[in-house]
Design a protein around this ligand. Structure first.
Ligand SMILES: NC(=O)c1ccc[n+]([C@@H]2O[C@H](COP(=O)([O-])OP(=O)(O)OC[C@H]3O[C@@H](n4cnc5c(N)ncnc54)[C@H](OP(=O)(O)O)[C@@H]3O)[C@@H](O)[C@H]2O)c1
Length: 269
């Protein structure tokens, strides 16, 4: 199960899993873009992944999508929380939360908990974070960025730090159930990420274009964690380049990981 599977790294991840003979489910927010990606994978592999529509900024939409997924698949072997946004201007989700936090962290949190009955022993939850988590910090007094001036790349870094903290707390809480949790930095990838909007990523990716990796390269670590023996054996780790790496100090803060879990539960609705 791959979120944000209609483009970039998510599309390459869904395609890679289909090529490895997995039954893939793509969660996308747009029927048009989702259907186009589904047809592309079918043309390329001869196998058609399932498409489920869902908007990760909308709790009701997440619940609906999770219900649909569990009806078709009582067991999900790997949940890859890949969808993400970079927003140069502050926006809010339907329930009034800052949109980068709402999609990149809370969307993944809500979907994971909504799918809990299908996440059985052996399941791997993979949260696509970023190297940008290293610039993140948890400002508990203003997590929704209502008081501070909004900077898109700072909100993005914070949300990616949340991905690693969520991973570590999920690993701790669900260890007894045999479910493992992983955070992944996919690499710096030419996917079109943040390119629709002017701003930090647009400039960075235009300047660095020759050095960027391919979406397939970006999918490799998530696919490795989903399919390898070590992905099933280890939990709570941060991966990059198909290897376990040390995340930032802030990402190792156990108290913050617990606090983020409690806050996310309260915000989950
Ligand atoms: N590219 C990089 O260099 C890089 C580096 C580090 C980490 N990452 C992470 O990798 C992940 C994938 O990014 P990408 O590079 O492949 O970018 P991308 O091509 O822009 O893909 C992002 C995906 O997320 C989906 N999405 C956004 N908001 C959503 C919502 N509210 N509900 C459901 N889906 C939503 C998008 O759908 P739409 O097409 O409908 O917008 C799209 O399918 C992200 O989490 C990103 O933070 C990327």
């Amino acid at each position: 199960m791959v979120t944000g599977a209609n483009s970039g790294i998510g599309l390459a991840t869904a395609r890679g899993l289909v090529q490895a003979d997995w039954t893939a489910v793509m969660l996308c927010r747009s029927a048009e873009r989702g259907t186009a990606a589904q047809s592309l994978i079918e043309q390329e592999t001869g196998r058609c992944p399932q498409l489920v529509l869902g908007d990760l900024a909308d709790p009701a939409s997440i619940r609906r999508a999770a219900g649909e997924i569990m009806q078709a698949h009582p067991r999900v072997d790997a949940l890859i929380n890949n969808a993400g946004v970079y927003l140069p201007r502050r926006m809010e989700s339907v329930d009034g939360l800052e949109m980068t936090f709402a999609v990149n962290h809370l969307g993944a949190f809500r979907l994971t908990l909504a799918l809990e009955p299908a996440l059985l022993p052996g399941c791997r939850v993979i949260n696509v974070s970023s190297l940008a988590h290293r610039g993140g910090r948890m400002d508990w007094s203003d997590l929704q960025r209502e008081r501070r001036r909004y900077w898109g790349y700072l909100a993005y870094g914070d949300s990616k730090l949340c991905n690693v903290l969520f991973t570590r707390e999920l690993a701790r809480r669900w260890a007894d159930r045999g479910v493992s949790a992983h955070a992944v930095h996919p690499g710096v990838i030419a996917s079109g990420f943040g390119q629709d909007e002017p701003g930090f990523f647009n400039r960075l990716y235009r300047l660095g274009a020759p050095l960027l990796g391919s979406p397939e390269g970006g999918a490799a670590t998530s696919i490795h964690v989903a399919t390898s023996d070590e992905g099933g054996r280890l939990t709570g780790k941060y991966w990059s380049g198909q290897r376990v790496r040390r995340p930032s100090r802030a990402a190792l803060n156990v108290a913050d990981a617990g606090r983020l879990w409690e806050l996310s539960l309260a915000l989950r609705g």
